[in-house]
Design a protein around this ligand. Structure first.
Ligand code: SF4
Ligand code: SF4
Length: 438
């Protein structure tokens, strides 16, 4: 009898997905309806349970870390809806993070894929490079070139990933806004907070950072914006562990020097990564305690505001705004109730709930650029819910979700203004209307 063929290389010895965590899955399938790729394709290997089975097979040496397995891991959005849905407490977040790092270390990607991903990571974690692109992007949009290329069908002839990049061009800010390095509190001092400025956030959504500082000041916080780089969230969630570790160390040092009580973040993906620093640096004797201490001080803006008894004067804002739960907020950080609670402070504001709130919009870090087809299908599905809700605007606490949904709504012929929830609070505190759509 011939012996079975060798399974091929599996996980290496550096932090493979833990066997005891894999064994927590009892195959009940409760997570399947919450998984966007299972919802789209109905295929078991593209469900959380199927991916856990693949990880288990690789960990046991029954199968190798093959291109087929990698494809199923790459298809995962990392939205963590399965973590919320799982009654057995399976830590899929930790499992997929470790699996992605194994893939990045051990599986060579096709040259075009490798180049594309490398280009994304040469751009997005670098606010200076993003800022340098702004004049070009502005020319592309304002000169009419974009409209001409679309009319002549030239954009539709681009490779799929470049088409996705083009369609996800964020609405450009008319001017660069940035909160001052220090914003004093109004009325009284309750906390000193450090603001994480983000990368895409600070370049394309500086108005969100400025609104965050004003709202915090109105609620009795002194706001400090230390010199800082990227937090490494994109790299961490894509398995580029070493790059993420370097960025984590630098960000921790920057905020330690600021002497703040809390670190506040207004981008859900970044917030999830910052709260993970303790885990990310747990093996590093020089940084483990500092990272754990730092992570314990991190709060999403809605989380911090919900902890503070409101002292701001909120004025009526008679608007119907649909609220979209960003996955890294609702599933990654368990924050669902707080954004609704703080928006509830605005008199006359109607917060519209969306069906399938647990399902990802398809943004998911770099997912909508590397997997444009499923990302687009999920964006269209979410946009249809927003349109059917009859809301006049959309709010979400993640720049990636705002870009993805603005693009999907425009594609559906129903562009709506999009806001971070803190911009809604800021308008109410200033007795102003919501800013017009860009
Ligand atoms: S993280 Fe999201 S896409 Fe990935 S398995 Fe879980 S539910 Fe599915
Ligand atoms: S991950 Fe959780 S919900 Fe999904 S099949 Fe396993 S035990 Fe059931």
């Amino acid at each position: 009898m011939s012996s079975p063929p060798p399974a091929g290389p599996g996980f290496d010895a550096h932090h493979p997905p833990e066997r005891r965590l894999l064994a927590d899955c009892v195959h009940c399938g409760f997570c399947l309806p919450a998984c966007p790729t299972y919802v789209l394709w109905g295929s078991e290997p593209d469900s959380p349970r199927g991916r856990i089975d693949l990880m288990t097979g690789i960990a046991e040496g029954a199968i190798g870390l093959s291109s087929t397995a990698v494809e199923h891991f790459d298809n995962c959005l990392g939205c963590l809806a399965c973590v919320t849905a799982c009654p057995s407490g399976v830590q899929y977040d930790r499992l997929i993070e470790r699996t992605r790092a194994q893939v990045e270390r051990n599986v060579p990607r096709a040259p075009a894929d490798r180049l594309f991903r490398a280009a994304l990571f040469q751009l997005f974690p670098h606010p200076g490079r993003l800022r340098a692109l702004l004049p070009l992007l502005r020319f592309y949009e304002m000169s009419g070139l974009r409209a001409v290329l679309a009319r002549r069908g030239l954009i539709a002839r681009l490779p799929e990933r470049l088409q996705a990049m083009e369609s996800l061009l964020p609405p450009l800010p008319s001017r660069m806004e940035m909160p001052p390095r220090r914003t004093p509190p109004q009325k009284m001092l309750r906390l000193r907070v450090g603001l994480v400025a983000g990368c895409v956030q600070r370049v394309f959504f500086g108005d969100v950072n400025a609104a965050t500082a004003r709202v915090l000041a109105a609620e009795g916080c002194e706001v400090i914006v230390p010199d800082q780089g990227c937090c490494g969230a994109l790299e961490l969630h894509a398995g580029r562990e070493n790059d993420a570790i370097g960025r984590a160390r630098r960000l921790i040092a920057a905020f330690e020097g600021a002497g703040v009580d809390r670190v506040v973040v207004n981008a859900a993906g970044c917030g999830a990564a910052l709260k993970d620093y303790g885990e990310l640096l747990a093996d590093d004797p020089r940084w483990a305690r500092r990272a754990a201490r730092f992570s314990a001080t991190v709060r999403d803006i809605s989380e911090l505001l919900a902890e503070l008894t409101p002292i701001g004067d909120y004025h009526p804002l008679a608007r119907r705004v649909a609220y979209h739960d960003a996955c890294h907020l609702q599933h990654g950080q368990g924050i669902r109730q707080q954004p609704r609670a703080v928006l509830g402070r605005v008199p006359s504001l109607e917060v519209v709930e969306l069906p399938e709130a647990e399902i990802c919009c398809g943004s998911a870090g770099i997912y909508n650029l590397v997997k444009p087809a499923p990302a687009r299908a999920l964006g269209d599905r979410k946009a249809a819910h927003v349109i059917a809700s009859g809301a006049e605007a959309l709010a979400s606490a993640n720049p990636g979700c705002l870009i993805q949904l603005a693009s999907a709504l425009a594609r559906a012929g129903h562009p709506l203004p999009t806001y971070h929830p803190v911009q809604v609070l800021d308008a109410s505190l200033r007795a102003a209307d919501l800013a017009p759509a860009r």
